[in-house]
Design a protein around this ligand. Structure first.
Ligand code: CUA
Length: 338
């Protein structure tokens, strides 16, 4: 090949790489990372992308060079010269991709292994997915339950997932990982948040009418703030806690409903702080109204909300739990309306 041709080829290849790099880097394809695991995944992503961009540059350069250099005149209908292969090039185009693919495989395997290693002392959080709410229980912290996933920054967390009804999938875009929750199966995921902030928790498996609304937040906070939250939520311990509030939390009510007495802020379903006035509208005693609304969610539909969204599984709660929940809701309404 003449020297001029080589310069031409390299220039085209570099230009193609520059365009591809600009598209890869300057368009924010992915959310910012907020965990050690997501940074490793990001590394694999860029490792692979850079290799692809380099190959794209070579292919684009050779293609454009060939199109220009070997272009046949319009009136040339003759066949090209016969070619019987080129052992050197064939070895190169077999060996180089084999090395690159193996490299990607090794990097991925290392990242996968490190990402599933929770270390010696992870914080355990039990996650329950159900139509249509997430609830998070901290078994090492007095079994506190929350509708938000609160995590201390910088500590490995091992999430253990269970599903109450159908398959859901846990996803926080900034953590770059997804994990299905499957009825009858316990799945796990390790997250080591490394940025303080509030990130969306999204259900990413079609699970019913309320699927799009099955969202909450992951709140990553400094260790001291997390400890303070644990202390505040554990006050009095489990024994002194209102059993109805415990049911409210463990059944995941707060994932969908705002209730001041439970400090919940879900917005999928109607707020529960004005149950008294809604019972009046329905012309029912408060307690009967609440019980019916839990067991037969579609009996009364609050204005602005849709039937069929709230699951009908809460009638299956053990009777004493259901009674405690109803009593708690009857009494908590007094916290804000009187
Ligand atoms: Cu749960 Cu979609």
């Amino acid at each position: 090949m003449r020297r001029g041709a080589v310069v031409w080829l390299v220039a085209v290849a570099l230009a193609a790489c520059a365009v591809a790099l600009a598209v890869a880097f300057f368009i924010p394809w992915l959310p910012d990372t907020a965990s050690e695991e997501s940074e490793r995944i990001s590394f694999v992503f860029w490792f692979t992308t850079i290799i692809c961009i380099a190959i794209f540059g070579i292919v684009a350069g050779l293609t454009l060079y060939s199109v220009v250099k070997f272009r046949a005149p319009l009136d040339d209908d003759s066949d090209g010269p016969p070619i019987h292969g080129h052992t050197g090039i064939e070895i190169a185009w077999t060996a180089i991709p084999a090395v690159l693919v193996t490299a990607i495989g090794i990097v991925s395997a290392v990242v996968l292994a490190r990402n599933s290693d929770a270390g010696p002392n992870p914080l355990r959080v039990d996650v329950l997915g159900q139509q249509f709410a997430w609830s998070f229980t901290y078994p090492q912290q007095n079994r506190i339950t929350s509708g938000h996933l609160r995590l201390p920054v910088g500590r490995s967390v091992e999430l253990h997932f269970q599903a109450r009804d159908v398959i859901h999938s846990f996803w926080v875009p900034e953590f770059s990982q997804k994990q299905d929750t499957v009825p009858g199966l316990e799945t796990t995921l390790v997250i080591t948040p490394n940025k303080v902030g509030t990130f969306p928790v999204i259900c990413t498996e079609l699970c019913g009418l309320g699927h799009a609304l099955m969202r909450t937040q992951a709140i990553v906070m400094p260790q001291a703030e997390f400890d303070a939250w644990i202390r505040e939520r554990s006050q009095g311990g489990d024994g002194a806690r209102d059993p109805g509030l415990a049911v409210f939390d463990s059944a995941g009510c707060g994932g969908c409903h705002t209730l001041a007495a439970a400090r919940s802020s879900g917005e999928t379903g109607p707020p529960l702080d004005d149950l008294a006035s809604r019972a009046r509208q329905a012309g029912m005693p408060l307690e009967d109204f609440i019980r019916q609304s839990i067991v037969e969610p579609d009996a009364h539909i609050a204005e602005g909300y849709e039937a069929g969204v709230m699951p009908k599984t809460f009638g299956d709660l053990p009777k004493e739990q259901l009674d405690a929940l109803v009593r708690f809701l009857v009494e908590s309404r007094g916290d804000t309306t009187e």
